[in-house]
Design a protein. Structure first.
Length: 213
């Protein structure tokens, strides 16, 4: 899986009109400015408290947040933030090399190592799929294993998600539709309640009030 991430996430598009104009993410990456949001009825309210660490993303009062949203307009760095997070997890406690500024911000790479596995999902590639486990099978397992080896891999991933703490990165909720009005978010089955979901979206998706948070 780490090889897949290094192949898939290591490069970023640097031109809005040319998808083939790419640079290494580690060379171009600049961490986004993330401000903490406080939850109100059917919406979020921005605060002035800046989040500069992975621990600050995942924990509130030392309690793990099971579901986390990062919202921002197009081009604000949401997608590259998740890509960099996945690459930092791959690199272990040393993290991935990048600009000097990013070595100061979100440099607590040890906070990622409490997750046995990190699953990176691009939601626009599976707009009608609601089950997070199925998303992982389609976008990760099917790209790593040949068809004859996938059944065992599916069973292993299900067992891992049941018994180990995993992080599911879901990029682009605003580009995802779900299968019907009953599914406003990708879901985890009860057996996978050790998993944490980190979801990025544009603000309008949460402003609709249809997403439970």
């Amino acid at each position: 899986m780490k090889k897949l991430y290094n192949d898939k996430l290591n490069y970023m598009t640097v031109s809005p009109v040319d998808d083939y104009s790419v640079e290494k993410l580690r060379d171009m990456y600049r961490p986004p400015k993330i401000l903490e949001m406080c939850k109100e009825i059917r919406t979020f309210k921005k605060t002035e408290k800046q989040v500069n660490t992975y621990k600050g993303v995942f924990l509130t009062d030392n309690t793990v947040n099971p579901r986390i949203f990062i919202q921002g307009e197009a081009g604000s760095g949401k997608t590259t933030f998740l890509a960099k997070l996945a690459l930092d997890w791959c690199e272990g406690v040393h993290g991935s090399s990048a600009s000097d500024k990013s070595k100061i911000i979100f440099a607590d790479f040890d906070a990622l190592q409490c997750y046995e596995y990190v699953f990176h999902i691009t939601l626009r590639k599976s707009v009608n799929q609601c089950d997070a486990y199925t998303l992982i099978k389609e976008q990760i397992i099917d790209r790593i294993y040949s068809e004859k080896d996938r059944k065992k891999a599916y069973e292993l991933v299900s067992k891992i998600m049941k018994h180990q703490r995993c992080l599911v990165l879901l990029d682009g909720l605003d580009e995802w539709t779900g299968s019907d009005d009953q599914h406003n978010l990708p879901t985890l089955v009860v057996d996978h309640n050790n998993c944490v979901m980190l979801i990025t979206t544009r603000p309008w998706k949460l402003a609709e009030g249809k997403v439970k948070h």
